[in-house]
Design a protein around this ligand. Structure first.
Ligand SMILES: CC(C)(COP(=O)(O)OP(=O)(O)OC[C@H]1O[C@@H](n2cnc3c(N)ncnc32)[C@H](O)[C@@H]1OP(=O)(O)O)[C@@H](O)C(=O)NCCC(=O)NCCS
Length: 181
């Protein structure tokens, strides 16, 4: 794993903050005129990647989208604004938080409609994993998110181990003919 040359060793959260606004058109909605969940996930992925790019200053790939709450529907014609920033940088991976608001264009009312946590991994042009600069949280909110991101990483790692153990048990049972292949 190599590190990008001429990169600062530490960045602040502010330098990763990213924002995107979209108007919701008929192609983005279901029969009820509500924004499709998959379309919203696409917007979240893009906005999350912007923050990760700003931190890593190299290619990044989405490794996980591990938590997303759809709090209320977004309607046809609404303006959707997504904001993201890096919560914590590890060795080559970064946890990014994305928060989404919808604005009713007629009334101007704005509501929080979704939040998500994602993990991006920095890679070079050949897809080889790269080190990223460390992230320095400064404000009380940034420090809280930084600490929470470590807890979520530990939870993710426990879940990964649990899933691979479950796959191993299934493969062993299949080999022994105890369950259908
Ligand atoms: C993400 C990817 C580069 C990781 O490759 P890998 O060989 O597993 O790399 P490593 O085991 O060295 O792990 C590299 C980092 O990724 C993290 N990582 C790997 N898989 C992860 C997962 N499922 N969730 C969260 N983090 C993950 C590791 O924790 C590690 O982080 P760290 O360096 O900060 O400690 C690789 O799995 C990949 O290319 N996946 C496909 C990405 C993609 O196509 N995304 C779009 C999907 S639609």
């Amino acid at each position: 794993m190599s590190k990008q040359e001429n990169q600062p060793m530490v960045r602040n959260v502010h330098s990763t903050q990213s924002e995107m606004t979209e108007i919701i058109l008929p192609n983005d909605t279901n029969m009820l005129g509500n924004l499709l969940g998959g379309r919203l996930m696409h917007f979240i992925d893009l906005t999350g990647a912007m923050a990760a790019y700003r931190h890593a200053r190299t290619h990044v790939v989405t490794a996980a989208m591990d938590h997303i709450d759809f709090i209320q529907p977004v309607r046809l014609g609404d303006l959707v604004t997504l904001k993201s920033s890096v919560n914590r940088a590890f060795t080559s991976s970064m946890e990014v938080g994305v928060k989404v608001w919808a604005e009713n264009t007629r009334t101007g009312s704005v509501s929080h409609v979704a939040s998500a946590y994602m993990v991006f991994v920095a890679v070079d042009e050949h897809g080889r994993v790269q080190k990223v600069p460390q992230l320095k949280p400064e404000t009380p909110d940034e420090i809280r998110r930084h600490e929470d991101a470590l807890r979520r990483r530990e939870h993710r790692e426990r879940e990964k181990t649990r899933r691979s153990e479950a796959r191993l048990v299934t493969a062993t049972l299949k080999d022994a003919g105890a369950i259908e292949p």
